[in-house]
Design a protein around this ligand. Sequence first.
Ligand code: SAM
Length: 237
Amino acid sequence: MSPELIETLETGLRALGLSPTPTALEQLGRYCDLLLEKNQVMNLTAITDPAQVVRRHFLDSAALLPTRALQGKRVVDVGTGAGFPGLVLAILDPSIQVTLLDSLGKRLDWLQEVARDLGLENVTILLGRAEEIGLEKQQREQYDTAVSRAVAALPVLSELCLPLVKPGGLFLAMKSNKTDEEIEAAEPIIQKLGGEPPFVMDYRLPGSEVYQRIVTVFKGRPTPPGYPRRWSKIKNP
Ligand code: SAM
């Protein structure tokens, strides 16, 4: 990544209230280079312009950090794809233990290589479908927080994510700001899965007029047995 773009990245992160270390900026630069290089042979992202990778992937992912809610926590990124938001969180805050979960092994193999290349020691890779992983004893209700971006509408996403979260933990869904209807539609299943009514925080992506949204669900009670259901049931309840 060019020095100018590193500067744009740093300015954007500071606008979010973050103070990135030189190491983190260097790691993000290298991650961008590796992403765009691999994207030529593997479908990782629709974005091919490094400036847009900075804004749409890095700064958007980093928007989860300013509240400090994730500091020192065990976090699972459900449907991480090319590592968003999870890998960005792991780079910017080494105190977060991040598990990158996806059902596509090839993407995870690449993420493992990137984590190794960047020398990250706080990243774990987990292959599988979230609705199956959420039934496994060693994964169910083991995370302080589940995060997810661009995976499914909130009623479906809640069932993929909330079973992985400990009671007392959080589920943070990264959405556009035009999601009032899906949030309302998700309320019954969130309640069924042990979550409290969601609350919403909208933010502007630094350097743009794009507004995004973090939907926060506090998990007050355990998820009852029988959830998550099979994929066909989750999709067509
Ligand atoms: N979160 C990334 C982002 O914001 O760029 C990737 C989004 S990509 C559109 C959706 C990802 O979710 C894909 O990598 C897909 O394999 C994964 N995914 C979809 N359903 C899943 C499931 N049930 N369990 C695990 N991963 C899933």
